[in-house]
Structures are given as structure tokens and as C-alpha cells.
Write a protein that binds this ligand. Structure first.
Ligand code: CMC
Length: 444
């Protein structure tokens, strides 16, 4: 490496620091090193194919930065997560979820006046087109709510034609507002549909978290007023799930959007990706796992199974591609568990005792220590949701609802980046080389 580093992707400054790559044929290429504000530098390989005729190879993106972004910073070794420079712990302790949405989207925490306006704008977009209920009614009652959400969110593009032009800044802002505002309504509708209850309309007099709980649990026959403890817990859970830089679902939203597709369809793609058990689907799996364990005495049996590669079983809610230390979100949730359970009046939750003991045993076990496998955000969230009366099947939809803020902020950042290009990965081809076709009647 030599000279200074460059901050502009793709264009090395005259004195930029470079990495030199020498290929077996003796060809040598200089690859500029780009520095961010924090975190590892990146080696810019965009000109590699043009200059050397080779691709880089990194399935699963183990060492590849797919974009530059100024929204979220993670230091996985230290267990640090910050949005726009603010630690997740501080945001979760002090903010309303909508303040965090505004921060993610606009770069700064809103002033009182800005917040008032943002809250008003979101509140007045929470209602969904009345026709959407017929889409819901087309689904079998036993559908997983994630299946409904994938369709419902993508279908917003059929209803809101005035926010589909991604080249128009005002339309982009309107699309972002609509998605964040309508997700709780769509999520609660998916729940109501699954239990055969009438849909509950949003209430403009309520705050964002309160309104969601109201749409989940009120019925036309009975009013429902969530307790301040429930509202606080919901608000905190939403903040903790709001964004997480270039995770699988966010990268899906970015890749889908890179073709210029409309944001509603792209967030639908993100929801599909989130559903998988290695990603957001893990919160549902954690609770099912804790229920299956059933007793602290059975923990060693499950730890043994998780270490056995032939079992196909993993400790759900454990491990993370980026965190090689405690996931800070899990730290906040673990601390909140006892407090929330007490506040909502749940005494002696046996699953919490199992979870804490499972964590304790795993963190002393060589297998988990050597691989740096710690609890992630999904490990404790389900216990809190359960205490709040939220059914297990709704855990992943709640993740999707909160993560919509991150998806739309990352989408907007990408569209507004002049360097934005269609995402088009290359491959290492391992198939047949050219061969002659034998007509069907001559094939043996
Ligand atoms: N239980 C047992 N072994 C594990 C686990 C686990 N939960 N996670 C990773 N390992 C092992 C894995 O078998 C591998 O072992 P070896 O080196 O002997 O082959 C090693 O640890 C590295 O695992 P990996 O699969 O190469 O790591 P990855 O970065 O590709 O995967 C992960 C990350 C989150 C998909 C994985 O840790 C996992 O499957 N965890 C369980 C599912 C889960 O909790 N997902 C939620 C993630 S956080 C929230 C979110 O993203 O939505």
C-alpha cells in the first residue's frame, strides 16, 4: 500500500493508497483503497475485470461491501450498533420510534417542530385503501401473516400510483411515509384476518405504538386501551428492529430497487427475504425451540444437538454474521425482559428462565466460545412479545413492520446516490463447456 487513501468510490486520487494484485500471468493491477469514517477500509475492485479480466469471488458477501452508506454503523467485534452516530442503547432508552424513523430517513433527529409535522404526516397515512380488505379476504384464514404481508405491501403499488415515480423526490418521500405509516395497519389486519375478527381502523388520536396495539387487540364489541408499559415495550422493540445496515432483506430491497422497480414491490421482496429462519423468521423459531426444550433439565440435550452437524439443528437466536460479541440489541432486550414482564403483570415466565440458562450454558461451551456465537436480537424478543399477548406467528411480521423504516431509508439513500447502478453480480461458471445438440429422436 502507498500514498493517501481515497474517499470517492471507483476514482483513485493521483496519490491514493492502493493494493497491488499480481495474477499468475504476471499482470499486475492497482486497486484503490477507500476509507470510510469508521470500520475497515475497502479495496475498490470495480475496474478489476476491465483491467485484468478476472472477477472477485465472495458467495454470501463474507468480505464484500455492496454499497456505501451513512445510515447505520456496526462494529461486530465490539458489539456496537449506531444509527447516524447515535448508539442503539441511547435511541432505545430515549426516543419515540418515529423520531428514529425520521433520523434514519433524513439524517438528523427531528426538532420538536419537525417531529410534530412528521408524526402528523405518518398518522394521516395510516389508513389503507378500503379495497385492500378484499385482497386479504382472498387468502385462506390459516395463511401465515408473512404470506399476506408480502402480497399486501407489494400490492400498494396498485393503489398508490402517485408515489411510484422514483425520480421525483416528493413522490419518494410520499412512498416512504406511506410504507412506514401503513405497515402497522397491514400487519394488524393480517392478524385479525387469521383469527376471524373484523379489521380495526387506525385511530389518529393515538401514538404509533399505541395505535398498532389497538388495531391488534380492540374489537368492535370491546374497547382496548394498551397500558403505558405495553406502549413503552412496543416502542422499544420497534426501535431495536428499525435498521441493521446491509443485512439480507435490506440488500434484497436494494438489489430489487436497483432496476428502478417501484418501492412497494421492492419492500415486498424484502419481506420475503426476512421471513427465512436464518433472518427475521428466527424470532418465531426461538420461541418454538424454548417451548420444545420445556425444562432447564433438557438444555444439555439441545446444546449437544446444536453442536452435532448431522442433526440439522441450530440454536435459534444464536450467532450472527457480523456480531462476534453480544448483539447490543439482545443486550437491551435481556435487560428489558424482567422489567417488561413485571410491568405487564407476567410472573415467573418459565421460558425466560430456560432462555437465561441456555445462554449461560452456551456461553461457557467451547463450541460456542470458539465460534463466537452469542445471543442475537431474536433470542429475547419473543419472550417479551409473548408477555404482551402477541401470538408467536406474529413475531416475524412485527420485525417486518419495524424494519420497514430501515428498508425505505436504505432504498431512498440508494436512489439518491448518483453512483447508483443496477446490481448485477457475476459468477464462477462450473457447468458444461460448448457441446453439440443431439435431436430428440436420436437421443439415447
Ligand atoms: N447453532 C449452532 N451452530 C451455529 C449456529 C447456531 N445458531 N450459528 C452458527 N453456527 C456454527 C456453524 O455451524 C459454523 O460452524 P463450523 O465453523 O464448524 O462450520 C459456524 O458456527 C459459523 O456459522 P455460519 O453459518 O458459517 O455463519 P453465518 O455468518 O453464515 O450465519 C447465522 C449466521 C445468523 C445465519 C447463523 O449464526 C444461524 O443460523 N443462527 C441461527 C438463526 C438465527 O438466530 N438467525 C437470526 C440472525 S440475527 C437477526 C436477523 O438477521 O434477522
Amino acid at each position: 500500500m502507498s500514498g493517501n487513501t481515497t474517499k470517492a468510490a471507483g476514482k483513485p486520487a493521483a496519490n491514493a493508497q492502493v493494493a497491488k494484485l499480481t495474477l499468475p500471468d504476471g499482470k499486475s493491477v492497482d486497486l484503490p483503497i477507500i476509507k470510510g469514517t469508521e470500520a475497515p477500509d475497502v479495496v475498490d475492485v470495480t475496474s478489476l475485470y476491465k483491467n485484468a479480466g478476472v472477477f472477485t469471488y465472495d458467495p454470501g458477501f463474507l468480505s464484500t461491501a455492496s454499497c456505501d452508506s451513512s445510515i447505520t454503523y456496526i462494529d461486530g467485534d465490539k458489539g456496537i450498533l449506531r444509527h447516524r452516530g447515535y448508539s442503539i442503547e441511547e435511541l432505545a432508552a430515549n426516543c419515540d420510534y418515529l423520531e428514529v424513523c425520521s433520523l434514519l430517513l433524513h439524517g438528523e433527529l427531528p426538532t420538536k417542530e419537525e417531529f410534530k409535522k412528521y408524526k402528523h404526516d405518518i398518522t394521516y397515512h395510516t389508513m389503507v385503501h378500503e379495497q385492500l380488505q378484499f385482497l386479504y379476504r382472498g387468502f385462506p384464514r390459516r395463511s401465515h401473516p408473512m404470506a399476506i404481508l408480502v402480497g399486501a405491501v407489494a400490492s400498494l403499488s396498485a393503489f398508490y400510483h402517485d408515489s411510484l415515480d422514483i425520480k421525483d423526490a416528493a413522490q419518494r418521500e410520499l412512498a416512504a411515509t406511506r410504507m412506514i405509516a401503513k405497515m402497522p395497519t397491514l400487519t394488524a389486519m393480517a392478524y385479525k384476518y387469521s383469527v376471524g375478527q373484523p379489521f380495526v381502523y387506525p385511530q389518529n388520536a393515538m401514538g404509533f405504538a399505541e395505535n398498532f396495539l389497538h388495531m391488534m387487540f380492540a374489537t368492535p364489541c370491546e374497547a382496548y386501551k394498551p397500558s403505558p408499559a405495553m406502549i413503552r415495550a412496543m416502542n422499544k422493540l420497534m426501535i431495536l428492529h428499525a435498521d441493521h445496515e446491509q443485512n439480507a432483506s435490506t440488500s434484497t430491497v436494494r438489489l430489487a430497487s436497483s432496476s428502478g422497480a417501484n418501492p412497494f414491490a421492492c419492500v415486498g421482496a424484502g419481506i420475503s427475504c426476512l421471513w427465512g429462519p436464518a433472518h427475521g423468521g428466527a424470532n418465531e423459531e426461538v420461541l418454538l425451540m424454548l417451548q420444545e426444550i420445556g425444562d432447564v433439565k433438557r438444555i444439555p440435550e439441545f446444546i449437544k444437538k446444536a453442536k452435532d452437524k448431522d442433526s440439522g439443528f441450530r440454536l435459534m437466536g444464536f450467532g450472527h454474521r457480523v456480531y462476534k460479541n453480544m448483539d447490543p440489541r439482545a443486550g437491551v432486550l435481556k435487560k428489558s425482559c424482567d422489567e417488561v414482564l413485571e410491568e405487564v403483570g407476567v410472573k415467573n415466565e418459565p421460558l425466560l428462565a430456560i432462555a437465561k440458562e441456555l445462554e449461560r450454558i452456551a456461553l461457557q461451551d467451547d463450541y460456542f466460545v470458539q465460534r463466537k456465537l452469542f445471543p442475537n436480537v431474536d433470542f429475547y424478543s419473543g419472550i417479551i412479545y409473548r408477555a404482551m399477548g402477541i401470538p408467536t406467528i406474529m413475531f416475524t411480521p412485527l420485525f417486518a413492520m419495524a424494519r420497514t423504516a430501515g428498508w425505505v431509508a436504505q432504498w431512498k439513500e440508494m436512489i439518491e446516490d448518483p453512483k447508483q447502478k443496477i446490481g448485477r453480480p457475476r459468477q464462477l461458471y462450473t457447468g458444461e463447456t460448448a457441446r453439440k445438440l443431439v435431436p430428440l429422436d436420436k437421443r439415447k
